[in-house]
Design a protein around this ligand. Sequence first.
Ligand code: MG
Ligand code: ZN
Length: 377
Amino acid sequence: MVIIKSINMKHFIPAIVVILFLTSCKQKQETQQIITTPKTPKNIILLIGDGTGLSQVSASQYFNPNPSNFDRFPVVGLIKTSATDKLITDSAAGATAFASGVKSYNGAIGMDKDTISVPTIVEEIAGRGIKSGVIATSSINHATPASFYAHAKSRGMYDEIAAFLPTSNIDFFAGGGLKFFNQREDGRNLLTELEQNGFQVDTTALPKNASTLKHAILLAETAMPTILEGRGDFLPNATQLAIDALSTNENGFFLMIEGSQIDWGGHANNADYLISELIDFDKTIGVALDFAKTNGETLVLVTADHETGGFTLGPDGDDYNKIKPSFSTKSHSATMIPVFAYGPNAEDFGGIYENNEIYHKMKSAISKEESTVVSQN
Ligand code: MG
Ligand code: ZN
């Protein structure tokens, strides 16, 4: 006899085959075998390397003094990234596809192609007690992070986008963009509003330890400095702090971390800028993977909104032993983008699919009902 029972998974059940030998209280002995499907993740960490295509990832093999953390992923897929109005996407439409599951027009923040607001994964999971965080090396109201907590017709509406944060479902944020909080056209002081809404606000340095309050961390007027200008370990350290702060939540967390300036190195056709930002992003991936490895119930995803610069790793002249990075455009390109996955449900992210499927796969992973097959002999 086979009984298929569905259990709504609130917490993690190990993906093992459990064999229970049940002794019937009556006359007959029965052997009962319970097979659980692979465990579901309690936490999701999504790392977005803005403008990071396969050549950028490959640069982490050739120019990184350390072993690349990209090598640690067991599953790789590819996404198609076009927007609704353009073959080549921008970061706003790209992030809106990840955050809300809809393809939209270039410039859209949390809105569909008809400028109707669409719920973000952060808003949807907050109702289940799951906490969220966003981290970027751009200003925190720039297109990529904004698409996870705000709704605006245009990515350039920076003051409007920042004003979502005091009352959004974000529990932790770190990046630049201070001036959009305390030097605003409308005269509002969002730092005060953040404190009134339960945030600890830091504007000079990352706090040493996670607080029991929510965290608002704004360490630059606009974008954070570049690595070449001495940003140091802001991104990996902010990631560790966010994990420390959010992982105490018993219902789990969602954390989006953006290596924002890989894209800017591509736009500038500046290989040193691009590669230094990329290596910082690679190091940050290591922080997420180290946590996921010991935690066991965290899905880690790394992908990008699009490629930037038409970056190429060609030879230096005729010297096939020397790579000379070059670029084919100052803009974004249409190449497919790799997706790297580690942890429970990682296997869902293999194959070739559209960028907005990332949202649906994440939602499915974190909402999946654990089905348990009980077979009795
Ligand atoms: Mg971005
Ligand atoms: Zn760009």
